[in-house]
Design a protein around this ligand. Structure first.
Ligand SMILES: [Zn+2]
Ligand SMILES: [Zn+2]
Length: 214
């Protein structure tokens, strides 16, 4: 399945962050302190340029200044002087979302990140981290309200029960067909059909059954 398209609004202007430009910006805590109305930290280049500021406009740091942090060492930068020092490494939207999933999740990348967590080729460690983050996100969501007295639970129970029964029956039939297939393959082999031919049938049958596994 193709990855869902990223629709992430800029945390300042609210316009969709461009997906094809490689200048998506990551704001830090000092930006958030100065612009308390922003929602999130992923920002378009235009907003960052339009809101330039100085850390020490009068020779000393402004009150409440949160020192810029080096994103690689995690330590405060020694002489941060302006808003550019308070930005992470910019990049393409997808790369920024992958590098900063927690920030991106809060800004609307849930569907995209859930898709990513299901990718087969994602390294195991990254997948585990992403799943832990998504679990945390889920448990922080408000719980749905207690069930409405007017909901016809019998109806829903019956419908679900029926569907589960059909699924179980389909699964039994599939198992039976799989056993038949195995017997035919065995018989063919014993009857002297070349191993290469039987092997090819076997591969083909395996593929069909695998498709039905999920
Ligand atoms: Zn913007
Ligand atoms: Zn600063």
């Amino acid at each position: 399945m193709a990855a869902p398209k990223l629709h992430i609004p800029c945390c300042m202007c609210g316009k969709p962050l461009p997906r094809t430009k490689d200048n998506i910006q990551l704001l830090d805590a000092e930006w958030q302190r100065r612009f308390p109305d922003i929602t999130g930290r992923l920002c378009c280049f235009g907003c960052v340029s339009a809101h330039h500021w100085w850390c020490r406009p009068h020779g000393v740091y402004v009150d409440g200044h949160i020192p810029a942090v080096d994103e690689y060492t995690g330590r405060p930068k020694s002489h941060d002087k302006n808003s550019n020092d308070h930005l992470g490494t910019p990049g393409r939207l997808a790369a920024m979302v992958q590098a900063h999933p927690r920030v991106a999740l809060a800004q609307g990348a849930e569907e995209y990140l859930r898709h990513r967590a299901r990718l087969r080729n994602l390294p195991r460690e990254g997948k585990a981290r992403l799943n832990a983050l998504l679990d945390e996100w889920d448990s922080a969501k408000p719980q749905p309200a207690a069930h409405d007295e007017h909901v016809d639970l019998d109806h829903w129970n019956a419908m679900m029960g029926d569907t589960v029964r059909k699924l179980a029956s389909a699964r039994r039939k599939l198992t039976k067909r799989e056993q038949e297939m195995a017997q035919i393959l065995k018989a063919a082999r014993e009857a002297g059909v070349p191993a290469k031919v039987v092997g090819a049938w076997e591969t083909q049958a395996d593929m069909v059954f695998d498709q039905h596994e999920d």
